[in-house]
Design a protein around this ligand. Structure first.
Ligand SMILES: CC(C)(COP(=O)(O)OP(=O)(O)OC[C@H]1O[C@@H](n2cnc3c(N)ncnc32)[C@H](O)[C@@H]1OP(=O)(O)O)[C@@H](O)C(=O)NCCC(=O)NCCS
Length: 141
């Protein structure tokens, strides 16, 4: 968590800024693809964690959409993350709500069904939309 490359989006209570509601950590990474000669530029979400009382109210979706905008602003190819298959709620948020799909390097995408079953996680991604960004929210500070 203290890696110099790690970046954080921190959510605080509007009424009391010292009250933390959650965070999203991410790094800008070069990620492998199925083509040995091609690396992808990814805004990689390492963690998104909310305190229990802040869950189910749209904050997770908001933080993820902010990361999508940051990825677009910095002209990354995609936003990526790893999610445990057992985390059904988070899986639904990423896929059904936010439109993430299995990345090409995810076990479920690049292995046979039999081999993929040995993995307890999947890697999801979503292409960045470079059309949308020139917003002041994401100025280079
Ligand atoms: C996962 C997490 C970040 C989601 O944030 P959130 O603010 O609770 O989620 P949102 O309110 O933005 O949910 C948006 C959608 O995702 C789905 N969803 C999110 N969490 C869900 C859950 N626990 N169960 C079922 N569906 C869930 C719902 O479909 C919801 O859609 P709706 O608004 O139409 O109901 C948050 O619940 C959390 O911190 N969980 C514990 C840590 C964790 O599992 N982190 C993810 C690691 S990959």
């Amino acid at each position: 968590m203290r890696a110099p490359e790690m970046r954080y989006l921190v959510a605080r209570a509007a009424s009391n800024p010292s009250e933390l509601k959650g965070f999203l950590s991410f790094q800008m990474l070069h990620e492998e693809t199925m083509d040995d000669d091609v690396m992808a530029q990814a805004a990689y979400c390492f963690e998104v964690q909310l305190v229990f009382s802040a869950r189910g109210r749209g904050l997770g979706e908001f933080l993820m959409r902010l990361l999508e905008r940051i990825g677009s602003y910095w002209h990354m190819d995609k936003v990526m993350l790893t999610v445990f298959k057992a985390n059904k709620g988070a899986f639904r948020l990423y896929t059904e709500k936010l439109g993430f799909t299995l990345d090409e390097i995810s076990p479920g995408a690049c292995l046979s069904a039999l081999r993929a079953r040995r993995f307890d996680y999947e890697i999801l991604s979503k292409p960045c939309n470079h059309q949308i960004e020139n917003g002041s929210v994401l100025c280079k500070q």
